[in-house]
Design a protein around this ligand. Structure first.
Ligand code: F6R
Length: 243
């Protein structure tokens, strides 16, 4: 594991964006695994800036997002599809057909999960997977429990996750109770994983994920098994990892 701890958010955003830009320079056809949530927003802003300055192009890239809420139409204000358009897709040169998210309101969600996995396989897997981490150690929406799934699946969102995400909705009742998420197998097959964490509220779980036992009760702890894991944290989230 390569761990980097940054003094400022600005430095963290720049480092994460530079890593993705370097991947695209090395391999313009890179398949990128993308995350939503607050954590990667600064990285996306930086990438948009770099794109406008002619420093990075997504023209030949393909993207797969980790997850989507079940039941929200794509054009819902809080769908992850809308999130990605708002923060990245519409500001860069990614062709529309090259961006992928699970279809949250698919008629047959089980088929949608199979279709999503097949599509990732067909693209020859993910080169660089961006991840945030939930307060309970989830990655994607792989929630803690006795079992984890390998492939894309429907998941019941933990109450803690719904509460954490209620800040984006008018009320807790409006937060969907299910999501489609890629499974741990899909994530661990990515050739490189970049885990991002910021804020004091992530310090405890980041330490458990990276230094604690590998357990399904902390899904992010499985990342310890990955041969090419890069972790970028701000000084608050990385506070308990500094030796
Ligand atoms: C988002 C995702 C989630 C978030 C996690 C952290 O696509 O899969 O695992 O990365 O919930 O969210 P933030 O960044 O809002 O703290």
């Amino acid at each position: 594991m390569n761990l980097f701890i940054y003094e400022s958010n600005e430095q963290l955003n720049a480092a994460a964006a530079n890593l993705m830009a370097a991947e695209l320079q090395r391999n313009p056809k890179a398949v990128l695994g993308l995350a939503t949530g607050s954590t990667p927003i600064g990285m996306y802003e930086k990438l948009v800036e770099m794109h406008r300055a002619g420093l990075v192009s997504f023209r030949e890239a393909t993207t797969y997002n980790l997850d989507e809420y079940v039941g929200l139409p794509r054009d819902h204000e809080e769908s992850y599809y809308t999130f990605m358009n708002r923060h990245l897709f519409r500001h860069v040169d990614l062709p529309e057909g090259s961006t992928h998210l699970p279809l949250g309101n698919a008629e047959n969600p089980a088929d949608e999960c199979l279709r999503y996995d097949a599509s990732i396989e067909q693209a020859n897997g993910i080169d660089l997977q961006i991840l945030g981490i939930g307060h309970n150690g989830h990655v994607g929406f792989n929630e803690p429990g006795d079992e984890l799934h390998s492939g894309t699946h429907i998941v019941q969102l933990a109450e803690e996750t719904r509460k954490a995400n209620a800040r984006f909705f008018a009320s807790l009742d409006e937060v969907p109770s299910e999501a489609i998420t890629v499974g741990m197998g899909v994530i661990l097959k990515a050739r490189t994983i970049l885990l991002l964490a910021r804020g004091a509220d992530k310090a405890e779980i980041l330490k458990r994920a990276l230094r604690g036992p590998i357990t399904t009760q902390v899904p992010a702890s499985l990342l310890q098994l990955h041969p090419n894991l890069i972790v970028m944290a701000d000084s608050e989230a990385g506070r308990l990892l500094q030796a």
